[in-house]
Ligand binder design. Structure first.
Ligand SMILES: NC(=O)c1ccc[n+]([C@@H]2O[C@H](COP(=O)([O-])OP(=O)(O)OC[C@H]3O[C@@H](n4cnc5c(N)ncnc54)[C@H](O)[C@@H]3O)[C@@H](O)[C@H]2O)c1
Ligand SMILES: O=C(O)C(=O)C[C@@H](O)[C@H](O)[C@H](O)COP(=O)(O)O
Ligand SMILES: [Zn+2]
Length: 358
C-alpha cells in the first residue's frame, strides 16, 4: 500500500507521511538546502536511526548522529545544552537541519533544540513509537521538563515534515505500544468516535502493531491531531481539547518522578476527567464506563492511588491551561463534544479523585 500523506495546515504547512518502508522520503522532507543534518536518537537504540542515516547519507548530506539518554531523561536542560554545543562545534547554520528519531521524548527534545538553535532551524521528526506517530511528532509542541513539572520550557516550532514508518513499530515493547493507544483513544473520545468502535471491535488487535486496524487507527488519530492544530498552533482555543486527560495525567507523571508512562498517566487522567464531567452533570455514567471498558480492554490503567491527593492537586497548579489560581479541565459535554470546565469546586475534584481510587 502506498504512503498516506496527511497535511497539517497553518502558516507553515507540512505533511505527515504514513506508510511502510518510507525512509526514502526523508531527504525530501529535510529539504535540499540542508548540508548538515543532526540525527538525534536514543542511546542504545542506534539501530532505529540507521535507515534515516542511510537515506540522508545517500542524498549527500553530512550527517551527525547524536545519541541522547532514553525516554524522559532526554527532556532536560542539560541534554538540550549538550546538543547546542554539538551543533555549535559542527558549525550548524540556519540552512542546516535537525532530525529527531525516536519516541515522543526524543522528538520533543529534538524539536526544542531545533526551535532554539539560532532561534530556529528546520526539523523533521521520525517517530518510532505509536504515541510519537499519532501525537508527539505532529503539531509543533516541543519542550523539556523542569523540576517543577512537565514540558514547562518549550516552544511552538512546527516540523518541516513527519515520517511515520510503521515497520519501526515491530520492535517496540508492548507496554510502550499500549501507552500510545491512550492518545489514540483520546482522539476517539474528543473527536472521532469511529476510533472507539474500531478498538471495541478488536481490542486485542488494537493493542498490537500488526492488528487488523492498526493503520486505520493511526491515520484517524493523526488526522484528528492535524485538523485541530492546523487551526490553532499556539493553543489559544480549540487546541486545548488535545489536553483531555492531561491535567491529572501530567501531575501523576511528575509525582511518580517520570517513571509512569505518559500514555498510562493520560489514561488515568481521562477517567478522572470523565468522572468530573459526570459529577458536573454533563455526561451520564454509561459514557464514563465506556472510558473504563475501552482503556482496560487494551491494558491501560483506569484507577490510581499512588501519590497522595494533596500532592497531585498542588502539581496540577502548573498546568498550562490554568489561569492564575483557576484550574481548567478539558471534559466532555457528550461523546466528541469537548468543553472546558473552569474552576471546579474542590469537593467536585475530591469526589472525582475518590472515584478513580483503587
Ligand atoms: N509534543 C507533543 O505534542 C506531545 C504529545 C504527546 C506526548 N508527548 C511527549 O511524548 C513523550 C512520550 O513519548 P513515548 O510514549 O513515545 O515515550 P518515549 O519517548 O519515552 O519512548 C518509549 C520507549 O520506547 C523506546 N523506543 C522508541 N521507539 C522504539 C522502537 N521502534 N523500538 C523499540 N524501542 C523503541 C524508547 O527508547 C523508550 O525507551 C512524553 O514526554 C510526552 O510528554 C508530546
Ligand atoms: O498537542 C497538544 O496540544 C497536546 O496537548 C497533546 C498532548 O497529548 C501532549 O502530551 C502535549 O505534550 C501536552 O502538552 P502540554 O502543553 O500540556 O505540556
Ligand atoms: Zn499527551
Amino acid at each position: 500500500m502506498s504512503a498516506t500523506r496527511i497535511r497539517v495546515g497553518g502558516a507553515d504547512p507540512y505533511d505527515v507521511v504514513v506508510g511502510r518502508g518510507v525512509f526514502a522520503e526523508l531527504p525530501a522532507l529535510v529539504g535540499e538546502r540542508a548540508e548538515q543534518v543532526a540525527v538525534v536518537h536514543p542511546e542504545g537504540l542506534g539501530e532505529l536511526a540507521r535507515p534515516a542515516l542511510t537515506a540522508l547519507g545517500a542524498a549527500g548530506c553530512s550527517v551527525h548522529p547524536l545519541a541522547v539518554p532514553d525516554g524522559e531523561a532526554a527532556k532536560t536542560a542539560e541534554v538540550a545544552a549538550g546538543l547546542w554545543s554539538r551543533l555549535g562545534q559542527a558549525g550548524f547554520t540556519r540552512s542546516d537541519a535537525v532530525v529527531g528519531v525516536g519516541g515522543g521524548a526524543v522528538t520533543d527534545l529534538a524539536g526544542f533544540v531545533a526551535a532554539t538553535w539560532l532561534r530556529g532551524v528546520r526539523s523533521v521528526l521520525v517517530p518510532t513509537t505509536l504515541l510519537g506517530m499519532v501525537d508527539a511528532a505532529v503539531g509543533g509542541k516541543t519542550g523539556i521538563n523542569t523540576a517543577e513539572g512537565k514540558n514547562l520550557v518549550g516552544a511552538f516550532h512546527p516540523p518541516s515534515g513527519v515520517l511515520c514508518d510503521l515497520d519501526t513499530l515491530a520492535g517496540l515493547p508492548a507496554a510502550d505500544y499500549i501507552g500510545g493507544l491512550a492518545e489514540v483513544v483520546k482522539a476517539g473520545f474528543i473527536a472521532d468516535p469511529a476510533i472507539l468502535d474500531l478498538v471495541e471491535a478488536d481490542p486485542e488487535g488494537a493493542a498490537r502493531p500488526d492488528g487488523r486496524h492498526t493503520r486505520e487507527l493511526i491515520e484517524r488519530a493523526v488526522f484528528v491531531k492535524a485538523e485541530v492544530v492546523s487551526g490553532d498552533l499556539r493553543e489559544s482555543g480549540r487546541r486545548e481539547i488535545l489536553n483531555y486527560g492531561h491535567t491529572l495525567g501530567h501531575a501523576v507523571e511528575r509525582a511518580e518522578d517520570y517513571t509512569f508512562r505518559h500514555g498510562y498517566a493520560v489514561a488515568v487522567g481521562m477517567v478522572f476527567a470523565a468522572e468530573l464531567a459526570r459529577l458536573d452533570g454533563r455526561v451520564d455514567a454509561a459514557l464514563v464506563e465506556r472510558h473504563r471498558k475501552i482503556l482496560a480492554s487494551v491494558g491501560l490503567p483506569t484507577a490510581y492511588s499512588g501519590a497522595p491527593w494533596p500532592e497531585l492537586r498542588r502539581a496540577m497548579r502548573v498546568d498550562k491551561k490554568a489561569r492564575g489560581a483557576t484550574l481548567r479541565f478539558i471534559v466532555l459535554d457528550a461523546l466528541a463534544e469537548p468543553a472546558v470546565l473552569s474552576g471546579p469546586a474542590p469537593e467536585l475534584l475530591d469526589a472525582a479523585y475518590a472515584a478513580i481510587g483503587t
